[in-house]
Ligand binder design. Structure first.
Ligand SMILES: NC(=O)c1ccc[n+]([C@@H]2O[C@H](COP(=O)([O-])OP(=O)(O)OC[C@H]3O[C@@H](n4cnc5c(N)ncnc54)[C@H](OP(=O)(O)O)[C@@H]3O)[C@@H](O)[C@H]2O)c1
Length: 228
């Protein structure tokens, strides 16, 4: 049986490139997504796409219980997330709640369920997706709820790494600046796209992090900013 990588956000702009890169490398892909439309878009014999709301704690538990019986899961690439603009003064309970659910809860519940699976299997690798906005205040000052929610993802990686020490378990955080996606090009038509980070570069970096050599990295934060 092929090793499986669980990828969230596989139907998104970045996820599309990532799942194809990892499938080409010989992995079987487990892809929980939000809608039937996304399941349909992921039709490939290498991908098992399933509808799952990643903010639904009980549904995530059931999903992991089911897949762990059927597949050998060696890694999880947790890309699901999203963005809202807003400075300090305009950020409220609603935007905070939405951003924390979308960027942090979608990561946390899966991580919690997968840790025992990795432990039982002798190890496993998590790849999280952060954001430059969470690391640099100048970048985050107009995306406050987003920056705060992504900061939780960085801290979760540290907690996973503290727990996983000596157990072959590790979390790496990939930190993109602006990704060169169609959506971003449409949203910022006057920007210099050559300065953005390419989804291909991120997919290659994730592939490396999952490789034999990459598995020797510990507590890594990989900044892919290109020139933006
Ligand atoms: N784009 C950028 O410039 C940029 C920069 C820095 C960091 N990032 C981060 O990179 C990641 C990917 O970005 P992207 O541009 O590819 O985003 P995207 O195109 O908006 O895709 C978001 C993905 O997350 C999934 N998702 C969202 N909520 C979900 C939920 N509750 N349950 C299950 N799946 C859910 C979506 O599934 P459905 O398709 O089924 O809805 C979709 O696959 C995000 O975490 C983002 O914050 C992006």
């Amino acid at each position: 049986m092929k090793d499986s990588i669980l990828i969230t956000g596989a139907s998104g702009s970045l996820g599309d490139m990532v799942w194809q890169r990892l499938a080409d490398a010989g992995y079987h892909i487990l892809a929980p997504v939000r809608s039937q439309k996304s399941v349909d878009a992921l039709q490939s014999k290498e991908v098992a796409a399933t509808i799952l709301n990643l903010t639904d704690e009980a549904a995530v538990r059931t999903y992991v219980r089911d897949i762990k019986e059927k597949r050998n899961i060696v890694g999880a690439v947790l890309l699901a997330g999203g963005f809202m603009a807003g400075d300090l003064l305009s950020t409220n309970k609603d935007t905070l709640g939405k951003m924390i659910a979308l960027n942090f809860e979608t990561t946390f519940y899966l991580v919690r369920e997968l840790i025992p699976v990795f432990e039982q299997g002798g190890g496993g690798r998590f790849i999280f997706i952060g954001s430059k906005a969470a690391l640099e205040a100048e970048e985050g000052k107009n995306k406050v709820a987003y920056a705060l929610s992504k900061q939780l993802v960085f801290h979760l990686a540290e907690l996973v790494n503290a727990y996983g020490k000596g157990k072959g378990m590790d979390a790496t955080v990939i930190v993109p600046s602006t990704i060169d996606t169609l959506k971003n090009r449409q949203f910022m038509p006057d920007a210099d796209f050559t300065k953005w980070v390419s989804p291909e570069a991120i997919a290659d970096t994730i592939y490396f992090a999952l490789s034999e050599a990459g598995r020797q990295m510990r507590n890594s934060i990989l900044k892919l900013y290109n020139e933006s």
